[in-house]
Design a binder for this molecule. Structure first.
Ligand code: PMT
Length: 418
C-alpha cells in the first residue's frame, strides 16, 4: 500500500503567524508520505521559524526572496507554480489572505500563488476578531469564488489566550484534506489514505455545483449504413463519464446523453439517456438542455451520416465498388449554444494539427464559453485511454495548459475552472 501523496509535488507556503511552528510538523508529514515539498515563506514567516529547519526537513533550499542576496540568482515563481501539483498555504494570515484575494504580488508566496497552475488550499490562522471581521470574510469568499479550498480554522484557545474561532487546523487534519484532494477512484483502491472527519471543511468547499443541473454528451455516435454496419469512431465515453462522476461528487444533478458505450462506465448517481446516432443525441440533448445550467459536449459526434440507410444487409457479392453518399449531421454543441440564455456551455476540440488555432475557432464559431483542447498527437491522450492532456481556453481570454493526468483529474480541473 502506498500513500496517495507519493511523488506529488507540493508547494508549502508559510506566512507570518505563530501557527507557523505547526507547519514544521506538516512538512514532516508531507515528506513522510512521499511528497516532494518546496517551501516558500514570507519575510514575516521567517520571524517565526527559520529556513534552516525547513530546508533540513524538505531537502531543498527554502525560497523567500525574489533574489538570493549574495549571488543575485533570480527565483522563478512561474517555474515553481508550474512544478506544483498542489499549493498549500499554512498558516495563511489575514494579511496573506487579503493579498491573495486582491492579487497584491509583493512577496514570493503571493507571486507563486498567482502563477500556480494547480489547486490551492489555505489553512487560515488568526485571532477570533480578525477571522470574524467582514473584511476577512469577504476575502475568504473571494478566494472560494476563485476556486481556492479553505481548510476552516477550528475554535479553541488562541495565541492571544482568547478563546474562539481562528485556530489553524492541526497538521494531521491538513494532511487528511490534502490526501482526499489527491484521491481518485483509482487511487482509493491502491493507497492507504482515508478521509477523516476534518475533511468536512474541504468537502463543503468542493460541493460547489450543488443545485446545478449539468448536461454532458459522451461517447461516439453510430450512423447506420445498413442493419449491420455503421460509421463510427473510437470514443469510449471515458472522458464524458469522468466529468459526470466528478460533477456528481461536487453536488450537481447530472444527466449524460451517451452514444454506444460500455455500461460499466455508468456511475450510480448519474442519469443516462442512451442514444445511437447524432440526430438522436441532438433530440435527447435538446430536451435535457431546457432546464440545465451547464452543458458539456464531450461526445465525439459523427460529422456525417449516410444519406440513405439500406433496409437489408448490403451484399458483398453484388458490389465490386461502392459509393456512400453522406450528409452533414447537425452540430449539437453549436445548435444548443446558440440558445444558451445564461447557461454555461463547454465544448471539446479533438485535433490532430494546429490544435490551439482550431480550438479557438470552435470556441468562437460554436458560441461556447470554454473549449477543452485535446490532441491526438499527445501520447496517452484522447480516445479510449484512462488519461488525457488538455488545454482549456475561455471566452474571457484565459488559457490553462495541464499536464497528462487521469481523466478523473482532468474532469476535476475542468469543473473547478467552471
Ligand atoms: O470518449 P473517450 O475515449 O474518453 O475520448 C474522449 C474524447 C477524445 C472523445 C473527448 O475528450 C473529445 O475530445 N470529445 C470531442 C470530440 C469531437 O468530436 O471533437 P470535435 O473537435 O470534432 O468537435 C468539437 C465540439 O463540437 C465537441 O464538443 C463535440 O462534442 C461537438 N460536436 C461536434 C460535431 C457535431 N456534429 N456535434 C457536436 O456537438
Amino acid at each position: 500500500m502506498n500513500s496517495c501523496l507519493a511523488g506529488k509535488h507540493i508547494v508549502l507556503g508559510i506566512s507570518g503567524g505563530i501557527a507557523a511552528y505547526k507547519s514544521v510538523y506538516l512538512l514532516r508529514l508531507f515528506i513522510k508520505a512521499g511528497a516532494e515539498v518546496q517551501v516558500v515563506i514570507t519575510p514575516n514567516g521567517k520571524e517565526f521559524i527559520t529556513p534552516v529547519t525547513l530546508s533540513s526537513l524538505s531537502g531543498k533550499p527554502v525560497i523567500s526572496e525574489f533574489f538570493t542576496a549574495n549571488t543575485g540568482e533570480w527565483h522563478s515563481h512561474v517555474d515553481i507554480g508550474q512544478w506544483a501539483d498542489l499549493m498549500v498555504i499554512s498558516p495563511a494570515t489575514a494579511s496573506t489572505i487579503a493579498k491573495m484575494a486582491n492579487g497584491v504580488a509583493d512577496n514570493m508566496l503571493i507571486t507563486t500563488y498567482l502563477s500556480a497552475k494547480e489547486h490551492v488550499m489555505v489553512a487560515p490562522a488568526m485571532d477570533l476578531d480578525m477571522w470574524a471581521h467582514p473584511a476577512t470574510q469577504r476575502n475568504i469568499e473571494t478566494l472560494r469564488a476563485d476556486g481556492v479550498s479553505i481548510i476552516e480554522p477550528a475554535s479553541g484557545e488562541l495565541a492571544s489566550h482568547l478563546c474562539g474561532k481562528g485556530r489553524m487546523e492541526e497538521p494531521e487534519g491538513i494532511l487528511k484534506a490534502v490526501e482526499e484532494y489527491f484521491l481518485t477512484a483509482a487511487d482509493k483502491a491502491e493507497c492507504d489514505c482515508a478521509p477523516g472527519s476534518v475533511y468536512r471543511h474541504f468537502e463543503s468547499a468542493e460541493k460547489k455545483l450543488a443545485g446545478k443541473k449539468i448536461l454532458i454528451t459522451a461517447g461516439p455516435t453510430y450512423e447506420a449504413i445498413d442493419p449491420v454496419r455503421f460509421i463510427g469512431n473510437y470514443s469510449s465515453g471515458k472522458m464524458g463519464f469522468a466529468l459526470a462522476r466528478e460533477a456528481a461528487a461536487m453536488g450537481a444533478d447530472v444527466v449524460v446523453v451517451a452514444g454506444p458505450v460500455d455500461a460499466s462506465l455508468v456511475p450510480d448517481n448519474v442519469r443516462v439517456v442512451n442514444v445511437v446516432s447524432a440526430r438522436q443525441m441532438l433530440a435527447a440533448a435538446e430536451t435535457e438542455f431546457e432546464d440545465c445550467d451547464i452543458a458539456i459536449f464531450a461526445a465525439a459526434v459523427a460529422d456525417y451520416a449516410p444519406v440513405e440507410v439500406a433496409d437489408m444487409k448490403i451484399k458483398r457479392e453484388k458490389t465490386e465498388e461502392m459509393e456512400l453518399r453522406l450528409v452533414r449531421n447537425p452540430d449539437i454543441a453549436a445548435t444548443l449554444s446558440s440558445r444558451k440564455e445564461g447557461r454555461v456551455t463547454v465544448g471539446f476540440a479533438l485535433e490532430s494539427d494546429h490544435g490551439l488555432e482550431n480550438a479557438l475557432r470552435k470556441l468562437e464559431n460554436k458560441n461556447l464559453d470554454w473549449v477543452v483542447l485535446n490532441s491526438l498527437t499527445d501520447k496517452g491522450a484522447c480516445f479510449n485511454t484512462d488519461t488525457n492532456k488538455v488545454t482549456v481556453a475561455g471566452r474571457d481570454g484565459s488559457l490553462r495548459a495541464f499536464p497528462l493526468k487521469s481523466k478523473d483529474e482532468v474532469a476535476r480541473d475542468i469543473l473547478r475552472l467552471l
